[in-house]
Write a protein that binds this ligand. Structure first.
Ligand SMILES: [Zn+2]
Length: 260
């Protein structure tokens, strides 16, 4: 599931290939980019930085241009050896950056755009992000400020998915964090203390940091996707429940016994 750790992992893989270098070749095979002329606009430009911000990835080029990507549920970034078989069909590649022996490939979009640096500073999707859960120093005060500034009646699970409150947590980490901290994801945010909100973040941060290093997210799945199965903490006396949360009804998993 593409969440903040997935994006940081991709950035960690892309950085040694592209950062501080000029790509040998840039291609945008997807028909939607046919007239956009990215290869010409980016030719000869050094990649200044590869940034992960929450669930967004930014490739900063010399001359004030940035490629902005958001994977939503379907997209993927891969780094492969040039000439090696790709993990997805070539017809699904939206962007290919080749440098030396490596190819950086973006598959299946769905958000991939070239913008000026100045636009990234005012674009609400990027500039409006809350503190990044994976930042080396997590800004806990800003997180709590933003949590308290929004609707106090909304469930804490909803608040954690709001990228303006905290950036990088998606549905999987929301479920796992609430489970590990023993907090019901449906409890109104106003009834969750600062210490409890921070406890959820403290549970997911170290796990996400490991996953961002090696790309293996599944090992931390304890409750996500286990509807109707025994709770990993309570055993068969309590079964994991599931229900849609957030405006697009993302399935939330929780144990009604040990999460209060
Ligand atoms: Zn339980």
């Amino acid at each position: 599931v593409p969440e903040g750790d997935t994006i940081h992992y991709a950035a960690n893989r892309i950085r040694p290939v592209l950062e501080g270098r000029v790509p040998d070749a840039i291609a945008t095979p997807h028909p939607r980019f046919a007239r956009d002329g990215w290869p010409e606009r980016l030719a000869g430009r050094t990649v200044r930085a590869v940034e992960a911000r929450g669930k967004h990835l930014l490739l900063r080029f010399e001359g004030g241009l940035t490629i902005h990507s958001h994977l939503r549920m379907t997209g993927s970034w891969r780094v492969v050896r040039a000439g090696q078989r790709w993990p997805r069909s070539p017809s699904r590649a939206w962007l290919v950056l080749r440098r030396g022996e490596a190819e950086v490939v973006q598959f299946d979009g769905p958000v991939l755009e070239l913008m000026t640096d100045s636009r990234t500073r005012i674009d609400r999707r990027i500039a409006g992000l809350g503190p990044d859960v994976l930042a080396p120093e997590f800004d806990a005060e800003r997180f709590l400020r933003r949590l308290r500034a929004d609707d106090p009646a909304r469930p804490i699970g909803d608040a954690l998915l709001d990228q303006r409150t905290i950036a990088g947590i998606g549905n999987l980490w929301k479920c796992e964090g609430c489970f590990e901290a023993g907090i019901d994801p449906w409890r109104p945010a106003a009834e969750v203390s600062d210490a409890e909100a921070l406890a959820i973040v403290d549970e997911v941060r170290p796990r996400m940091r490991i996953s961002a290093q090696d790309g293996v997210q599944d090992r931390f799945r304890r409750i996500y996707g286990r509807a109707g199965l025994p709770c990993p903490r309570c055993g068969p006396r309590s079964l994991v429940r599931s229900r849609g949360q957030w405006d697009d009804g993302r399935t939330t998993y929780w144990c009604p016994e040990c999460q209060r």
